[in-house]
Design a binder for this molecule. Structure first.
Ligand code: ASP
Ligand code: MG
Length: 414
C-alpha cells in the first residue's frame, strides 16, 4: 500500500463526463489498496470565466475579492468528483483548502503556502475515505481566502504530498509528460522518462508550461517524487503500466545515466532595454534596476558593458508585457541617473539549453554557439547558470534556433 496524491488539471475535469472518468481512475488506485488524496483544478475555462465576471464589475478588481471569486471554481470540482466516487460505491469527502488547514501568506492572487495541517486528511484516509481537496487556494492568518496564482493547483498538490509524506505525487494533465522541447516547434521532440527537479525548474522558469514553477521548487525542497502523466488515456488501463508512464521528476543522485542536455526551452515574448552612456560609478545598477523592481517588473538577463571614458551602457531583458511600463519608469529617472539615451527592442526571444550534465561536461556552450553561428543566427545576450545556457536572439530566428539545437544535441535520439 502506498500513499498517493493525484492532481487533475482543468482539461481532465472539463465536463461531468470527464470527471466520471477521473472518478474511475481514482477508484482503480483505491481498489489496488492505495490511499489516495485528489487535488483537482477548476473545470477548464472556469477560472477565466470567474475572473472575467469580476472584471465586469471593476476594471482592476480588488485582489482579496478576486480570490474569493476565483477560488470557487475548484469548490465545484471537488464536490462533483466526490459525487462521482460515491456513485462508484467509494467513501469520499471533499474539502476546500481552509478546511484542511492550508495556510498561506496574504499576497492575494499570488499567495504562497506556509503550512498544512495533515490531521484531518490522515484521519479520513485511515477510515478508508478518498480525500479530495481544492487546488489553488488556502487562507491567510485572518482566514481570508487567498489563491496561489494561475496554475497554482500543481503547487497545492505537491505541497499536500509533502505535508502528508506521500510516496508519489501524480500530476495528470493533457500532455503525456515532459518533452525535450515543445513538440509544436520540433516534431521529433521526445518524451523524457525522467528529468531531475533542477532541470524541470529551469525548464519551467524558461518557458515550459507543463508545471507551475513553484510546484517544482516545492517538489525539490521537500523531495516529493512527482510524475507528470496523461489523463486522456483509458481510465481503466492497467495500473502497473500507468504508474510507469509519463515523466518522473527525480533527484540527481538517482539519475546517473542522464544525457548531458535534457531539454530546450524558449520564451518568445521578451524585450531588451539598453540604457546608454550612464556614468560608471557605484550604484548605477541599483539606480536603474531599483525603480524597475519597485514597479514590480521582473528583470531577467543583465549586462553592463566595459566603461569607456567613465561611461558605460547597461542592458537588461524583461517580459514583453512589461516593456512599456519599464520604459515609462526609465524615462522618469533618466535625468537622475545621467543616462544619454534609452533604447529598446521588443522583437527578441530567449532560448535555453538545460541539463545537469553540464556540470561534468565541457564544451556545451561552444557547441551551442557553433550551432547558432552555422545557422547565421546572431546572439544578442548570453547568460548561464550551472545547468543552463541562455541566449537572447532575434525573434524571427527562434524556431530555427530551437530546431537546430535540438538536432545538434541529439535530443531526437534515445
Ligand atoms: N484553476 C486555476 C487556474 O486556472 C488553478 C489551476 O488550474 O491550477 O489557474
Ligand atoms: Mg496547469
Amino acid at each position: 500500500m502506498a500513499l498517493i496524491v493525484h492532481k487533475y488539471g482543468g482539461t481532465s475535469m472539463g465536463s461531468t463526463e470527464r470527471i466520471k472518468n477521473v472518478a474511475k481512475r481514482v477508484a482503480k488506485w483505491h481498489d489496488a489498496g492505495h490511499q489516495v488524496v485528489v487535488v483537482p483544478s477548476a473545470m477548464s475555462g472556469e477560472t477565466n470565466r470567474l475572473i472575467g465576471l469580476a472584471k465586469e464589475m471593476m476594471e482592476y478588481p480588488d485582489p482579496r475579492e478576486l480570490d474569493m471569486i476565483a477560488s470557487t471554481g475548484e469548490q465545484v470540482s471537488v464536490g462533483l468528483l466526490a459525487l462521482g466516487l460515491m456513485s462508484l460505491g467509494k467513501k469520499a469527502v471533499s474539502y476546500a483548502g481552509w478546511q484542511v488547514g492550508i495556510k498561506t501568506d496574504s499576497a492575494f492572487t499570488k499567495a504562497r503556502i506556509q503550512s498544512i495541517d495533515d490531521s484531518r486528511i490522515k484521519a479520513d484516509l485511515n477510515e478508508g475515505k478518498i480525500v479530495i481537496i481544492t487546488g489553488f487556494q488556502g487562507v491567510d492568518e485572518d482566514d481570508n481566502i487567498a489563491t496561489l496564482g494561475r496554475g497554482g493547483s500543481d503547487t497545492s498538490a505537491v505541497a499536500i504530498a509533502a505535508a502528508i509524506k506521500a510516496d508519489e505525487c501524480l500530476i495528470y494533465t493533457d500532455v503525456d509528460g515532459v518533452y525535450t522541447t515543445d513538440p509544436r516547434v520540433v516534431s521529433d521532440a521526445r518524451r523524457l522518462k525522467t528529468i531531475t527537479f533542477e532541470e524541470m525548474l529551469e525548464l519551467a522558469s524558461q518557458g515550459s508550461k507543463v508545471l507551475q514553477s513553484r510546484s517544482v521548487e516545492f517538489a525539490g525542497n521537500y523531495r516529493v517524487p512527482t510524475r507528470v502523466l496523461s489523463s486522456l488515456t483509458d481510465p481503466l488501463m492497467p495500473l502497473a503500466e500507468e504508474a510507469q508512464s509519463g515523466t518522473l521528476i527525480s533527484f540527481e543522485e538517482d539519475n546517473m545515466e542522464q544525457a548531458v542536455i535534457s531539454g530546450i526551452a524558449f520564451l518568445r515574448d521578451e524585450a531588451k532595454i539598453t540604457v546608454l552612456g550612464v556614468p560608471d560609478k557605484p550604484g548605477v545598477a541599483f539606480h536603474i534596476l531599483g525603480p524597475i523592481a519597485e514597479a514590480n517588473i521582473e528583470v531577467d538577463m543583465i549586462i553592463q558593458n566595459q566603461s569607456v571614458a567613465g561611461k558605460t551602457d547597461f542592458t537588461f531583458t524583461v517580459s514583453r508585457n512589461d516593456y512599456h511600463k519599464a520604459m515609462g519608469v526609465l524615462e522618469q529617472i533618466k535625468g537622475n541617473i545621467g543616462a544619454e539615451e534609452i533604447i529598446g527592442d521588443t522583437k527578441v526571444s530567449k532560448v535555453s539549453v538545460v541539463g545537469v550534465g553540464m556540470r561534468s561536461h565541457v564544451g556545451i556552450a561552444a557547441k551551442m554557439f557553433e550551432t547558432l553561428a552555422k545557422e547565421g543566427i546572431n546572439i544578442l545576450m548570453i547568460s548561464t547558470s550551472e545547468i543552463k545556457i541562455t541566449v537572447l536572439i532575434d525573434e524571427k530566428y527562434m524556431e530555427l534556433a530551437v530546431r537546430a539545437l535540438h538536432k545538434a544535441f541529439e535530443l531526437d535520439k534515445e
